[in-house]
Structure formats: structure tokens, C-alpha cells
Write a protein that binds this ligand. Structure first.
Ligand SMILES: Nc1ncnc2c1ncn2[C@@H]1O[C@H](COP(=O)(O)OP(=O)(O)OP(=O)(O)O)[C@@H](O)[C@H]1O
Ligand SMILES: [Mg+2]
Length: 401
């Protein structure tokens, strides 16, 4: 069990700065995920924690004690790689036992001839056999111990790689995209297995992925990285509900958040193509903003939302993706060039393609980002000048019907 503290971690390869002044504290037993686009520095950071790569500046401590001077195997951390990194000529048992035999047997006891003669070795190996058996049982690979990696499926290999980390009882598990080589269905299954494993072991997990769904579904907290920096740290809900900037807003969530270019009008409200949003941003008139709207916050008018005073934008359905329980509807906004909005709606409600329809959303559902892409914290909706309501077909049973 361990708390991990990173202070001012920077890393350059030659002139190229890859990590810039990373501060991050990971609580004992926490599942923290580093997420971000390819090349943002996730693997470099986790390799620095593992001791596989020296940092250019900064310090790492486990439970308050610096570990910068320690070699990888001395750090109480264990790394699981995307490639599994299993030894192909060894059986599953030998792969699992290797970290323990390396730690507990002398060089001589590992030699072919001497090892047969040493009673101490036999005793140690019996203990290792029991520990490996217990871990293999937990991971349900106990029937595979005599096989070699080539005789295993991808998911089974992944479990062996996990097991090899588990036998060391590390304080911190470091995992670099451990599921990326698995097919989609197995990935979903292994996601819940990893979450269960974390709950059982209560160890600290640092998990790297570029898959926002993995980050959102497994983690206690997510650190989103971009350009060698952590640009937001929070719970999955915080990143989804209050993205700190446009980069996070666009990276987290599927389908991607809708973005509409707007400008602050003279009466404080945000003017967007085809309408206006009654929100006081505190920004000066004329300031350019980007309005973000999650697809589930936008509802086509034939479906009746319980919105008090919605913003309405006329649109036409352009494409429909039927996902069974829900549909993703892609609309073109009318009167604007190439601007569209994506809605996520439950059920199989029909919106007729090519017929004009109003898209409704509440001003309070809008995320507003300034011209630098940073989130604008909104004081309160503008109530004194409600947005003009366009004449549309009545909403059956809804407010304003
Ligand atoms: N040994 C190295 N020498 C020079 N540059 C490197 C080295 N290792 C990594 N880099 C660079 O550092 C940056 C970050 O790499 P890193 O592997 O940490 O990214 P990542 O976030 O893990 O990306 P991915 O999602 O593709 O795995 C990249 O631009 C990469 O080219
Ligand atoms: Mg990587």
C-alpha cells in the first residue's frame, strides 16, 4: 500500500521537452488513470515512476520517502506492459515465478547443476510454487501453468502479465495500455476484471490509456495529459461535467461534445448562428466564445423534454445511427454553412429526415469556453431577457405546449 507523490517532474530528450513540471499526488489504494492523445507523454511518465527512465528534473516519493535513487526492482512497483513482455521459452509457471526466483534465490541456486543439490532451494521453490498457484487461481489461469505464451489467447497472456506483477505484491501497479492488444469484447470484459482486481488488492494503480472510455469506467480519478502537461485532474464525472478547457471537453465523451462558435451580444447573452443563449458569462460584448453541448443535452422537438425555457435551433436530420437502445442523430443547423449538432436520444423515436425540426437545449447545459479555449465559469443564467421563442409546432404535453 502506498501513496505516490510526483513533484515537478520534467523530462527532455535532447532539446525536446516531453514532460513539463508535473505535480501529482496519488492516494494509497487509488486507481488513477493517465489519459491523453498519442505522444502526450503518458508512457514516459509511467516509465519514470517505474525507474525505467530517469527524469530530467523533479522527484518521486512513495509514502513520503524519495525513490529517485532506487533501481526499478527496488521501488515496490510493478509494471504491466501493452506487449505483455512474457518470456516465450518459459512456461506460464516459470514466467510467473521469475520475479520471485530472481529475488529469493542466489545466483548459484539458479544454476542448472547446483540447484538440484540445494535443500534451501527446494524449500524456497516450494514456497514460490504456492504463491504462484494462489495468484494463478485468482486470475483463473491455474490450468494453464504448463503452457508457453504462444499457446495462450491474448486475454490469457494479459492475465499472465498481470499475475507476474501480482506475485511481487507491489505497493503500486503501473500499467501502460495493458488492454490495447485485445479485441473489443475482451477489452470490455478485462475492464471489469481489472476494476475487481483493484477492489480486491486495494493497491495503488496508475493506469495509462488513450481510450477515454477505459479512463472513465475504471478510475477513481483521471489525469488528462496534453503536450507533456496535466491539463485537468479530477473524477471521471468532474472531467465530463466540468471540462476545464476545450481539449478535455473534446477528448472525454462519445459521441464528441457539440461545439458552436458564438459571440457575446450587447445584452450579455451569447449569439450563435440561428439563436441566442441567455447566459451571463461576464465577458465583454464582442468577445468570441465556443459553446459546448453534450449530445444528450440536445433534444429534437418531437421528443418532449421537461425544459423550462429552452433555446431552440431549427435543423434538419442528416444522418441517423441506430445503436439499439439509443440513437445518435446528426442534424444540420438551418441557415448556417456546414454547422451541425449531434443528439443522443433513447429509444427508437422517429425524427423524419429532411423535415425541419427544432433542436432544444437548456442554457444551463452549455459549457462556455473563451477564445483561448479555457472554461468560463458562469455566474447565473440571464433571466431578465429570456431568449426569443421561435414559432414551432406545439410540444405535446411539454412546457410551452
Ligand atoms: N527515447 C526517446 N527519445 C526521443 N523522444 C522520445 C523518446 N521516447 C519518447 N519520445 C517522445 O516523447 C513524446 C512522448 O512519448 P510517450 O511515449 O510518452 O507518449 P504516449 O503519451 O505514451 O503516446 P502513445 O499513446 O502513442 O503511447 C513523443 O513525442 C515521443 O516521440
Ligand atoms: Mg505510450
Amino acid at each position: 500500500m502506498a501513496q505516490l507523490d510526483l513533484r515537478g517532474i520534467s523530462k527532455s530528450f535532447g532539446d525536446t521537452a516531453v514532460l513539463r513540471d508535473i505535480d501529482l499526488s496519488i492516494a494509497d489504494g487509488e486507481f488513477l488513470t493517465l489519459v491523453g492523445p498519442s505522444g502526450c507523454g503518458k508512457s514516459t511518465l509511467i516509465r519514470i515512476i517505474a525507474g525505467l527512465e530517469p527524469q530530467t528534473a523533479g522527484s518521486i516519493a512513495v509514502d513520503g520517502a524519495p525513490i529517485d535513487h532506487l533501481r526499478p526492482h527496488e521501488r515496490r512497483v510493478a509494471m504491466v506492459f501493452q506487449s505483455y513482455a512474457l518470456y516465450p521459452h518459459m512456461t506460464v509457471f516459470q514466467n510467473l515465478a521469475l520475479p520471485l526466483t530472481m529475488a529469493r534465490l542466489t545466483m548459484a541456486e539458479r544454476l542448472p547443476l547446483l540447484r538440484l543439490l540445494s535443500p534451501r532451494r527446494r524449500r524456497i521453490m516450494a514456497g514460490i510454487g504456492q504463491e504462484v498457484g494462489a495468484v494463478a487461481e485468482q486470475l483463473q489461469i491455474d490450468r494453464l501453468l504448463d503452457r508457453r505464451p504462444a499457446q495462450l489467447s491474448g486475454g490469457q497472456r494479459q492475465r499472465v502479465a498481470l499475475g507476474r506483477a501480482m506475485v511481487r505484491h507491489p505497493a503500486v501497479f503501473l500499467m501502460d495500455e495493458p488492454l490495447s492488444n485485445l479485441d473489443a469484447k475482451l477489452r470490455v470484459h478485462m475492464r471489469s476484471e481489472l476494476a475487481d482486481l483493484h477492489a480486491r488488492l486495494r493497491a495503488t494503480f496508475v493506469y495509462v490509456t488513450h481510450d477515454q472510455v477505459e479512463a472513465m469506467t475504471m478510475s477513481d480519478r483521471v489525469a488528462m495529459m496534453h503536450g507533456g502537461r496535466i491539463i485537468q485532474l479530477g473524477t471521471p464525472a468532474q472531467l465530463y461535467d466540468r471540462p476545464a478547457n476545450l481539449t478535455v471537453a473534446q477528448f472525454i465523451g462519445s459521441p464528441t461534445i457539440n461545439l458552436i462558435k458564438g459571440r457575446i451580444g450587447r445584452d450579455d447573452a451569447i449569439e450563435i448562428p440561428g439563436g441566442r443563449i441567455g447566459l451571463a458569462t461576464g465577458l465583454p460584448p464582442g468577445a468570441e466564445v465556443t459553446v459546448g453541448l453534450r449530445p444528450e443535452a440536445v433534444v429534437p422537438a418531437p421528443l418532449v423534454p421537461a425544459f423550462q425555457d429552452p433555446v431552440r435551433l431549427p435543423a434538419r436530420l442528416h444522418r441517423r445511427e441506430n445503436l439499439g437502445p439509443e440513437q445518435i442523430l446528426h442534424f444540420d443547423l438551418m441557415g448556417t454553412e456546414k454547422a451541425g449538432l449531434t443528439c443522443r436520444v433513447m429509444g427508437s423515436e422517429t425524427v423524419v429526415a429532411d423535415e425541419p425540426v427544432d433542436l432544444l437545449f437548456e442554457a444551463s447545459a452549455c459549457h462556455v469556453f473563451d477564445s483561448a479555449g479555457e472554461r468560463v465559469d458562469l455566474p447565473a443564467p440571464v433571466t431578465s431577457s429570456p431568449p426569443p421563442v421561435r414559432p414551432v409546432a406545439p410540444l405535446a404535453g411539454g412546457p410551452g405546449a
